[in-house]
Ligand binder design. Structure first.
Ligand SMILES: *Cc1c(COP(=O)(O)O)cnc(C)c1O
Ligand code: SF4
Length: 344
């Protein structure tokens, strides 16, 4: 067994484990984790400085997850857009491939809360074959996004097999992997994994940092190993109330990501997912955060702020009101609030 697998085995998954570190109300929390499993990797646990801090909030179960919040478990209608059990095909030219339901940490705000951690079996072979067959037969698909769960929790040989099968399909131009392990289990990014991944270029990785406290020397080293393997790294952040919903926090995060060679890609408005309502920050706040970035820091530190529209209508970027058409000119607003007239 590799070190990362041993460490994953030592993750906290029950209330005895949690109570060893933090006082907790077992009776109520046991209902939460019966419904939405808990897992906190030893490394991610070590980042917690005090109960209630931004790391703690992301991984420690909360009774509010069971509140009747009127939200749906699958507002993006991913299940309706599934041609086979582990694919989501929403946009014409790209598909999401759900390669596993396991993660190193079960984020309490996860948009796939309905699924993650719920089945111990990774890809059952018939679902896997059905997904590969669908992609083979659907020649408009040029971009395959491995997601889950966390695809990098698959053992190297499974992952390699999956990548090899995808690379055999001539119309699959690029492969992307969405993974949180650089943040939650950085030791998973082994030199051996990187040597394997680099044989499948063009391969892109989008990771998922949400807070400056997550940018540590270990996560930086993990990203370095990936970048040195020639893998362009992007980041998707979720806007989370009381975690990162502050312009200064978000600016610091975006800037720190650039120092570890990770390019901010998206900031996601929280999806309207059942059990996560207490994490929602207002859209107004998100716009304020975007205003705090544009012009005030490197353009490269500016991701798109997107809402994934309910009903599977896709991601829609939100921009601060910087453009306004008038009869014979365009009125622009600079990041400092200057109003500029510009010919049409
Ligand atoms: C986000 C998403 C994608 C990828 O979108 P990009 O904007 O290309 O990164 C593809 N399919 C689904 C279902 C998605 O949710
Ligand atoms: S790592 Fe991603 S898929 Fe897994 S629980 Fe966190 S947000 Fe959800």
């Amino acid at each position: 067994m590799e070190t990362w697998q041993k460490n994953l085995k030592a993750a906290i998954i029950d209330l005895d484990g949690l109570a060893f570190y933090f006082p907790c109300d077992r009776e109520s929390l046991s209902q939460v984790i019966d419904k939405y499993p808990m897992r906190i990797s030893p490394y991610y646990l070590s980042l917690i400085q005090a109960p209630g801090d931004p790391i703690w909030r992301q991984c420690v179960p909360d009774l509010r997850e069971l509140q009747e919040d009127g939200l749906l478990s699958d507002p993006l209608e991913e299940e309706n857009l599934s041609p086979t059990p582990c694919l989501i095909h929403r946009y014409p030219d790209r598909v999401v491939f759900l390669a596993t339901t396991s993660c190193a940490v079960y984020c309490r705000f996860c948009m796939r809360k309905r699924k993650v951690g719920c089945s111990s079996s990774d890809l059952e072979s018939e679902n896997f074959e059905a997904a590969i067959r669908y992609i083979e037969e659907t020649s408009i698909v040029r971009d395959v996004i491995l997601s889950g769960g966390d695809p990098l929790l698959l053992p190297d040989d499974h992952l390699e097999y999956l990548l090899r099968r995808l690379r055999k399909i001539p119309h699959v131009e690029i492969i992307r992997i969405g993974t949180r392990v650089p943040v939650t289990l950085p030791e998973r990014i082994t030199p051996k994994l990187c040597r394997m991944l680099k044989t499948f270029h063009p391969l892109y990785i989008n990771t998922h940092f949400n807070h400056p406290l997550e940018v540590t020397s270990k996560s930086a080293d993990a990203c370095s190993r990936l970048a040195d393997a020639g893998i362009p790294l992007g980041n998707q952040t979720v806007l989370l109330k009381d975690v990162n919903d502050h312009p200064e926090t978000m600016k610091e995060l975006m800037q720190k990501l650039l120092t570890i060679r990770v390019r901010p890609y998206y900031i996601h408005q929280m999806d309207l997912v059942k059990g996560t309502g207490h994490f929602r920050a207002e859209v107004k706040r998100g716009i304020e955060i975007m205003k705090g970035l544009r012009g005030h820091t490197s353009g490269m530190a500016n991701p798109y702020y997107v809402i994934d529209a309910p009903g599977g209508k896709g991601k829609i970027p939100l921009l601060p009101d910087s453009v306004c058409f008038q009869e014979d000119m365009l009125v622009l607003k600079s990041y400092q609030g200057d109003v500029i007239e510009y010919p049409l």
